[in-house]
Design a protein around this ligand. Structure first.
Ligand code: NAP
Length: 499
């Protein structure tokens, strides 16, 4: 069904909302122990945002204690699987029922178009919770082979208290990628969302509680990374940190785990993904995949196709097609305008960083084909237009650094060997793609590109059945799919000897 809401409809709905900025601990909204708050401007127009509780170590201690009490008391993991499944399914249903509200909160926080927040982020968040709910009563343990005088049970048991630390680019989706499997496996969770995107995390926790998650099973502590994330990752009573964010902070998370209680870590980190286009490819399909793959969410996507590795003979034609797709389909606009396909960048400082990376790239000789400029400055928001740089080499900064803005680097090649070498010449290994009509070559390339996901003649297609995550400095551990449950559990052997 087509959504017929106008910008005025969304603005009216927004006027009725009173976003909540307090922690959610032990089944209750609560202020920071210090009473401190912080806030940040809204990306869409620079106006003041919601006051948020400024969490610190004391708040983390309180949330971890609540999570530990819930875990040790088995108030969740001790329930019948069918009951847990029913509660999580109810949670997914409540997320859907509160879709418009959640979409507006997400858009207020991060500046993405509300239609995308509703149609993509809310939907995938609810789908994620549902996917893991449905697994709960289908998880079996094992009996290991032994002699007749013994029986060895191999039990898959939850870890205990999981700390989840998440980024601001797809807050609700990534929260669901952590919360779904961690809670389905029987753990308790303390979630520290990015300081830029707390509103939906708080609401998700409230809805989970309303659905029947016992107090303490899901806690949210808002605040800054150094002040709340670090004490969570250093906490002696946290058994695991599930982290999504930058490679730089991911490395810190590993040191915190080593400096504290050798807790497990799972890291979903940055990317600089190559999309390789051979001259025999369907160039229209490739242009659409490149433009949407790189510019969707204003380029604030970890697996964005930011490096176009293109056979030299078709570079010019392909760039013209990318320009046309971008102009025709990827409308940049105010996030409450239903016509907008992409909106604002997350904050002024990030926009300045993106613009300074573009300027540095041009100083190195990067040749601009179009875009990559600040636009809509009169709104007070932080908007940068999709842009492409051509005739790049893979050693230039725009081809190497994760920009996290709508900027594409086109790097020409002459041979398949050269294309592969450029594709793999990066510290990251999150995703990649190959476009060609030669299926032998497609399979050779897809096997050889060292990345967690490689697409053939498409980009960014996925569903919950497929694992997502990276190789190299894009991290380790996989979100999504039935396998994601594994990292929130461990094996326990119970050996019984007879006679
Ligand atoms: P970030 O700066 O690394 O922050 C991620 C989270 O870590 C935030 O909650 C942040 O809190 C927290 N944090 C910061 N410093 C910390 C510290 N010292 N100790 C503990 N926690 C700390 O990343 P971001 O800017 O939010 O997100 C963008 C990055 O995420 C990009 O690199 C992107 O590629 C990556 N990403 C990866 C995936 C994936 O699945 N591989 C998905 C999405 C995004 P504050 O916000 O308060 O600083």
């Amino acid at each position: 069904m087509t959504d017929t809401r106008t910008r005025a409809d969304w603005e009216n709905l927004l006027a009725t909302l009173t976003p909540q900025g307090r922690h959610f601990i032990d089944g209750r909204l609560t202020d920071a122990i210090s009473g401190e708050t912080f806030s940040r401007p809204r990306p869409m127009d620079g106006k003041p945002g919601t006051a948020l509780a400024r969490g610190r170590a004391a708040d983390i201690d309180r949330a971890v204690a609540s999570a530990r009490k819930a875990f040790d008391g088995a108030v969740w993991r001790g329930k019948e699987p069918l009951e847990r499944k029913t509660i999580m399914l109810r949670w997914a249903a409540l997320i859907r029922a509160h879709g418009e509200e959640l979409a507006l909160l997400e858009t207020l926080d991060v500046g993405k178009p509300v239609t995308a927040s509703l149609g993509v982020d809310v939907r995938l968040c609810a789908d994620g919770i549902q996917f893991y709910a449905e697994m709960i009563d289908k998880l079996y343990d094992e009996i290991a082979p032994t002699g007749p005088k013994a029986r060895a049970l191999v039990r898959k048991v939850p870890l205990g208290v999981v700390g989840a630390i998440t980024p601001w680019n797809y807050p609700m989706i990534i929260d669901a990628w952590k919360l779904g499997p961690a809670i389905a496996a029987g753990n308790s969770v303390v979630l520290k969302p990015a300081e830029q995107s707390s509103l939906t995390a708080i609401r998700l926790a409230e809805l989970g509680f309303e659905a029947g998650l016992p107090a303490g099973v899901l806690n949210v502590v808002t605040g800054h990374g150094e002040e709340a994330g670090k004490p969570l990752a250093l906490h002696m009573d946290v058994d695991m940190i599930a982290f999504t964010g930058s490679t730089e902070v991911g490395k810190l998370i590993m040191t915190y785990a080593a400096q504290s209680n050798v807790k497990r870590v799972a890291l979903e980190l940055g990317g600089k993904s190559p999309l390789v286009v051979f001259a025999d490819a369907d160039l229209d399909a490739a242009a659409s995949a490149v433009a949407w793959g790189c510019f969707y969410n204003s380029g604030e996507t970890c697996h964005a196709s930011t490096r176009l590795v293109v056979e030299r003979s078709v570079q010019e034609a392909l760039i013209e097609k990318i320009r046309a797709v971008t102009a025709r389909e990827i409308t940049l606009g105010h996030p409450l305008d239903p016509a907008a396909q992409i909106g604002a960048l997350i904050e002024e400082g990030h926009m300045e960083k993106v613009l300074s990376m573009i300027a540095a790239g041009e100083n190195e000789g990067a040749k601009r084909a179009f875009g990559a400029e600040r636009v809509m400055a009169e709104t007070g928001g932080y908007y940068v237009s999709p842009g492409v740089f051509v005739d790049m080499t893979n050693d230039m900064s725009l081809a190497r650094q994760e920009i996290f803005g709508p900027v594409l680097a086109a790097i020409p090649f002459d041979t398949e060997e050269e294309a592969l070498s450029i594709a793999n010449d990066t510290i990251y290994g999150l995703a990649g793609a190959v476009f060609t009509r030669d299926m032998d070559r497609a399979h050779r390339m897809s096997e050889a590109i060292h990345a967690g996901t490689v697409w053939i003649n498409t980009y960014d297609m996925s569903n919950f059945a497929t694992p997502f995550g990276g190789f190299k400095q894009s991290g380790f551990g996989r979100d999504r799919s039935v396998h994601a449950i594994d990292k929130y559990c461990d094996y326990k052997t119970i050996w019984q000897q007879f006679g």
